[in-house]
Design a protein around this ligand. Structure first.
Ligand code: RIB
Ligand code: CA
Length: 330
């Protein structure tokens, strides 16, 4: 099988990090670059997190720093209203990886996306977007012809039910609803959307972490990152409660490229509320009327067993390469 060229546009972020590891470790994927955006933290932090992760697993994939400010607001990501609420028991600063001397490329994320997804090389390339959609929307606004040449896009965003940052909005769409709307209205030919309901249907357990950990040193790093997403831990903070699970939203988008994690989906017309009301960032999904109507494929349910196996296979392959991780243990 010819490998698929992948670019990940992300705001790492622990779940973004697992998505990046899947892309690095799968034989059928070639990770061409990571573009970063503000989101889970300010863009300088998400960029540094991406660089630390790639250094820890010794992969020389280039990182391109992207937008610090959403399209529809002057406030910077990671500051004030746009700061991610702190969740008890989580590492506020990021992944807990050692510093790296690596730096982002001189090319901006938006320029890199335009270069990669125009021209002949775009034919076999797929974009996975797991942060606010600011970089992707900026590229489309600058080069509207990208709407034809960006043939495949997989997005984590939106929610049919309960949100995670307001009662109805998921973080990615809420952080830049204007950008999400630009992307969803661009008429891209092949968009798959993983909203919160689908990602929450595929939580990973402590036994999944144990299996992933057994795949080697990269698996140990991945398991450590996944466990850091488990909301409740044993009283001493060291041993995860076996009953807890972790939702690893963004990893599903990359796993979807190589494994049948998507259990059920339906074609929908999707819009995003850009009002200044309490519904800002809420996705509005309506089943598309026919095969030819505009729309995106919206995931309804996903398979946690396949997700866990896909992460384990990717980390096993990377561990077999023998490169030690520079990961600190937490
Ligand atoms: O709503 C889920 C999204 O926001 C994910 O991309 C995750 O990284 C988060 O912060
Ligand atoms: Ca993310």
């Amino acid at each position: 099988m010819t490998s698929l060229t992948v670019v990940i546009d992300a705001d790492p972020g622990t779940d973004d990090a697992i998505g990046i590891l899947v892309a690095l470790g799968h034989a059928d994927l070639e990770l061409r670059g990571v573009t970063t955006v503000g989101g889970n933290a300010a863009v300088d932090v998400t960029t540094d997190n991406a660089l630390r992760l790639l250094s820890a697993v010794d992969r020389p994939v280039p990182v391109f720093a992207g937008c610090a400010t959403p399209l529809g607001a002057r406030e910077r990501f990671g500051h004030g209203f746009l700061a991610r609420p702190h969740r008890p028991g989580r590492d506020r600063e990021g992944l807990g990886l050692p510093p790296t001397s690596r730096r982002a490329e001189d090319v901006s994320a938006v320029d890199f996306l335009i270069d990669t997804f125009t021209g002949e090389q775009a034919a076999n390339a797929v974009l996975v977007a797991t942060g606010p959609l600011t970089n992707v929307a900026s590229a489309l606004l600058r080069r509207p012809d990208l709407a034809r040449s960006l043939r495949r896009l997989v997005v984590m965003g939106g929610a049919r039910g309960q949100g995670n940052v307001t009662p109805s909005a998921d973080f990615n769409f809420w952080a830049d609803p204007e950008a999400a709307r630009v992307v969803l209205r661009a008429g891209l030919p092949d968009v798959v959307l993983f909203p919160l309901d689908a990602t929450r249907s595929a939580p990973l357990t402590e036994s999944d972490c144990v299996a992933i950990e057994r795949s080697g040193h990269v698996g140990a790093l991945a398991a450590d990152i996944i466990r850091s997403r488990m909301p409740t831990r044993a009283a001493d903070g060291s041993v995860p409660d076996p009953a807890t699970t972790a939702t690893v939203h963004d990893a599903l988008c990359t796993a979807h490229l190589v494994a049948p994690v998507l259990q059920a989906s339906e074609r929908c017309e999707v819009d995003v509320d850009t009002s200044e009301s309490g519904r800002r960032g809420t996705s509005v999904m309506k089943r598309a009327s026919g095969r030819d109507s505009p729309g995106v494929e919206v995931a309804l349910r996903a398979r946690s067993d396949i997700l866990a196996r896909t992460i384990g296979a990717a980390t096993r392959r990377m561990s077999a390469d023998g490169t030690p991780t520079g990961a600190s243990s937490r």
